[in-house]
Design a protein around this ligand. Structure first.
Ligand SMILES: NC(=O)c1ccc[n+]([C@@H]2O[C@H](COP(=O)([O-])OP(=O)(O)OC[C@H]3O[C@@H](n4cnc5c(N)ncnc54)[C@H](O)[C@@H]3O)[C@@H](O)[C@H]2O)c1
Length: 360
């Protein structure tokens, strides 16, 4: 076992560590752990050149491999013993997951079980797992009836969407909270993220590992893949606006989303990996949701492109609103709070996108 000044050195493995969130988290991790390893397949949808992303800190050892592959795990765990595993590797397309459900199931669910079986085979019990779960586990979430009761309307039906009835009649949306909202995913992606939570919880309870689950809202910011057309709505809007094309808005543009900055998400994951263990899942957002149409209008204004167009089109798997109450999170993670607001950070994101698309 490697030692460091008499103390055993500490190792952190980050699955999917070369992705958007993994790269942003990497500088803090290398400052904290003696060894940081990113296990990542360099998925072509996110990494079109299949090369190490420049944003991944140079002291992170990148192991290119598939989380679903037992031999990859076998080789990895033969040479190191992780104290902390931050599980980020996933297929992340909400809409895509309805047509490619097997891929989402295999990577997200079987990738998690493959990791756990490999740990069992090598008798390694990490002190802690941190899971980047998603607000997608809530699906449409809880809505308030006129009588003041919380009801769970589940998926909007095809008929509702075809007729442009975007909201649930007589119900008012309420922000989700891990302590109070019953998870009811509406996409295969959301179902696989909830399965990851349950699978890890069962294994960790049996083996005595700590588990911190963070349900992330919509993450945005510099470093987000500009090639992945299935995720990342803000870069998508920017790409359209910079070509002077009107941004098409689904439904009536009134869907609410909580956009949380990548730096705030990286900080939350870091605190969850290194601070006190969490006793229950927490929601990571800003606590303020904005209509998607407002974001599109701000982007269009910035580029001087035509105003967004409401198309009335819809996508199955998309929820009407996604917002969260971060009050309980602030109590569970006292060393963390969201610091960056979308309004102020949009400019920074647009500058970064321009530097990527137009390096000259
Ligand atoms: N970005 C968001 O808005 C958001 C919101 C909620 C939850 N999350 C969760 O956070 C985590 C990280 O998301 P991200 O935004 O960094 O996504 P990302 O797509 O940028 O990164 C995921 C990484 O996982 C890798 N990967 C995919 N399949 C793999 C496999 N089979 N084996 C090994 N590596 C594989 C990809 O190559 C990629 O580098 C995911 O679990 C996602 O579900 C993200």
């Amino acid at each position: 076992m490697p030692t460091h000044g008499g103390q055993r050195s500490r190792t952190c493995v980050v699955t999917g560590g070369a992705g958007f969130i993994g790269c942003a988290l990497s500088p803090a991790l290398v400052a904290q752990f003696d060894t940081v390893v990113a296990l990542d397949i360099l998925h072509p949808q996110i990494h079109p050149t299949s090369t190490r992303p420049p944003a991944l800190h140079r002291n992170v050892q990148l192991v290119i491999g598939d989380v679903t592959d037992a031999s990859t795990w076998g080789r990895l765990l033969a040479s190191l013993q992780p104290d902390v595993i931050i599980h980020l590797a996933a297929e992340t397309g909400t809409g895509q997951s309805l047509t490619e459900s097997d891929r989402h199931g295999r990577v997200n669910v079987c990738g998690t079980t493959a990791m756990l079986d490999a740990l069992t085979r090598t008798s390694i019990v990490p002190t802690r797992f941190v899971l980047a779960s998603s607000r997608a586990v809530y699906g449409e979430g809880g809505w308030l009836s006129e009588a003041g009761r919380t009801v769970y309307p589940r998926n909007r039906t095809r008929t509702m969407l075809e007729e442009g009835r975007w909201d649930f009649p007589g119900l008012t949306y309420t922000p989700c909270g891990a302590e109070v909202t019953w998870p009811q995913p509406c996409s295969v992606y959301g179902a696989t993220k909830l399965a990851q939570e349950h699978v890890l919880a069962a294994w960790c309870a049996a083996h005595g590992s700590e588990l911190s689950i963070l349900r992330l809202q919509n993450v945005y910011g510099p470093g987000q893949s500009l090639n992945n057309s299935y995720t990342g709505i803000v870069p998508l809007f920017c790409r359209l606006a910079r070509e002077r094309r009107p941004i098409p808005l689904y439904e009536d543009g009134g869907m609410l989303r909580d956009f949380v900055h990548i730096d705030d998400v990286a900080a939350a994951l870091f605190v969850a990996a290194t601070g006190a263990a969490l006793s229950a899942p927490v929601d990571i957002g800003t606590g303020h949701a904005v209509p998607i149409g407002n974001v599109a209008r701000a982007v269009a204004l910035h580029y001087g492109s035509p105003p967004p167009v409401i198309t009335g089109r819809y996508r199955f798997g998309d929820v009407r609103h996604a917002a969260c109450d971060i009050g309980p999170t602030l109590r569970e993670l006292p060393d963390w709070r969201p610091r960056l607001e979308l309004e102020r950070s949009l400019e920074q994101l647009i500058t970064w996108i321009e530097s990527q698309l137009n390096p000259d």
